[in-house]
Design a protein around this ligand. Structure first.
Ligand SMILES: Cc1cc2nc3c(=O)[nH]c(=O)nc-3n(C[C@H](O)[C@H](O)[C@H](O)COP(=O)(O)OP(=O)(O)OC[C@H]3O[C@@H](n4cnc5c(N)ncnc54)[C@H](O)[C@@H]3O)c2cc1C
Length: 423
């Protein structure tokens, strides 16, 4: 029988999960003087996927008091993306973009990055407990209540005045409160690992993520994210049946698909795999609502789209930046309209990313990217969204992404019929 005890902590805010969303929210709230408890199931440092940041992140790291620790991390600078398909390559430089703000960011090993963020949050006053899994939740406007189970199976109950669920793929409140809904994204699979890359091609730009496309099947794409220490993250994404067809296990499949892309095969010919290949599938997720009595959902605990444009950490940090001041106002006794002030504006940017992700998989965005020559201003608008400025309502590709992408793709020679039958 688990050992039950009465509520042992009564915090202003409990944050579930110490990933980027949880660390950013905890840091900001603790700096503003609130009693913040972070409950993290794992022990850090721990591996996580999601290593290529977008420049928009930098603003939110700054708002949470976390920019300095990230800048001190010695991470690989990133200023854009290179897209590669057969013999075509297109580089996008985030410094040349429509929206104001940061034009550079980092490529980070998440074990170290997440550890740094939560250590900084702790130094700002947040109390962090590792090896603590949230296993039950009772929503309440005044005093939401949690059950927590530690590594030894001991249970305790905690209350707070507000709870932020930043549990990422743990999806704690989505599961416990049955909030999940169909994610509107096709289920796909990713195979990924880290390598000592030994890349010595002078044309390879370590300051950009390399996004490759399979030469014969443009629904299969690749990422190569170089780190500062000569290692790289290398992954492939495609529909589950397609990727599963090759090889008997994840390692064999990864080798098969990486060597099928000529640029990757050439760049990685001396590479040495340094961790087991991970296989993740069906990672897209969504919920009916991002808030309820005494709680709100941040980052991946709410919605996750797709890895293709590296939007995950940006959305996680943005959600924390938006939620933290609202929590403070609510705890001061002011009325907060979580739907109008949090969910709707957050989802507007996510919907912009969704339009870009959809256009990638149905071929429109690939037609645009590999077409090459566009008026400079259009390029800068697309560059801004890819740099994470998906909430900039001055950018026409943010306010009407669907219409703009379709029109531009047609001008680039994309025929809608060629998209049919793709993922
Ligand atoms: C294949 C793939 C590639 C990706 N590549 C990128 C990329 O290049 N760039 C990018 O920005 N994003 C990328 N992402 C997305 C990125 O991984 C996530 O969006 C990001 O990590 C979300 O941050 P978070 O803070 O919301 O959650 P997480 O980083 O998942 O953190 C959640 C934390 O909550 C903890 N937790 C879970 N359950 C519980 C519980 N019951 N109790 C207590 N704690 C709990 C977990 O241990 C974890 O530490 C990728 C995703 C995939 C699937």
């Amino acid at each position: 029988m688990p050992n039950e005890s009465p509520p042992s902590v009564d915090a202003d805010v409990i944050v579930i999960g110490a990933g980027p969303a949880g660390a950013a929210a905890a840091s900001r709230l603790a700096r503003d003087g609130l009693h913040v408890e972070v409950l993290e199931r794992n022990h850090f440092p721990r591996f996580a996927i999601g290593e290529s940041l977008l420049p928009q992140c930098m603003l939110h790291l700054d708002e949470s008091g976390l920019l300095e620790t990230v800048q001190a991390g010695g991470y690989q600078h990133k200023n854009g993306a290179v897209f590669s398909r057969n013999d075509k390559q297109t580089a996008i430089d985030f410094r040349d973009k429509f929206s104001a703000g940061w034009g550079t960011t980092y490529q980070v090993e998440r074990a170290d990055f997440d550890h740094r963020l939560i250590q900084a949050a702790s130094s700002h006053g947040a109390h962090v407990s590792f090896g603590m899994s949230v296993t039950d939740f009772q929503p309440d406007d005044e005093r939401p209540r949690l059950r927590v189970t530690d590594d030894d199976g001991r249970e305790s109950h905690l209350t707070a005045r507000f709870v932020l669920d930043a549990s990422g793929y743990g999806r704690v409140l989505a599961r416990l409160l049955a909030l999940s809904r169909h994610p509107r994204m096709e289920p796909r699979m990713a195979l990924f690992t880290h390598v000592e890359d030994h890349i010595n091609d002078p044309d390879f730009d370590r300051e950009k993520i390399l996004i490759g496309v399979h030469p014969a099947d443009d629904s299969v794409w690749y990422w190569l994210i170089p780190f500062a220490n000569g290692h790289s993250s290398v992954g492939v994404v495609g529909d589950i049946d397609t990727l599963s067809r090759a090889g008997n296990d994840a390692m064999e499949r990864w080798h098969y698909w990486i060597s099928a892309e000529p640029r990757y095969r050439s760049l990685l010919k001396r590479a040495r795999v340094i961790r087991p290949v991970d296989e993740l599938q069906g990672y897209a997720a969504d919920v009916d609502r991002l808030h309820g009595p005494g709680y709100a959902l941040l980052g991946n605990a709410g919605e996750f789209l797709d890895p293709v444009f590296s939007s995950g950490v940006t959305i996680a940090l943005r959600s924390a930046s938006m939620a933290a001041p609202l929590v403070e106002r609510q705890l001061e006794g002011q009325w907060v309209d979580w739907q109008a002030e949090f969910e709707e504006p957050l989802r507007r940017g996510i919907d912009t990313f969704r339009a870009f992700v959809d256009a990638w998989y149905d071929g429109r965005l690939q037609s645009i990217i590999f077409h090459g020559s566009h008026p400079q201003e259009l390029k800068r608008m697309i560059s801004a969204v890819l740099a994470g400025y998906a909430w900039d309502s001055d950018n026409p590709f943010v306010t009407s992404p669907q219409k703009r992408l379709t029109t531009l793709a047609e001008l680039c020679g994309h025929h809608p019929s060629t998209a049919e039958g793709r993922a």
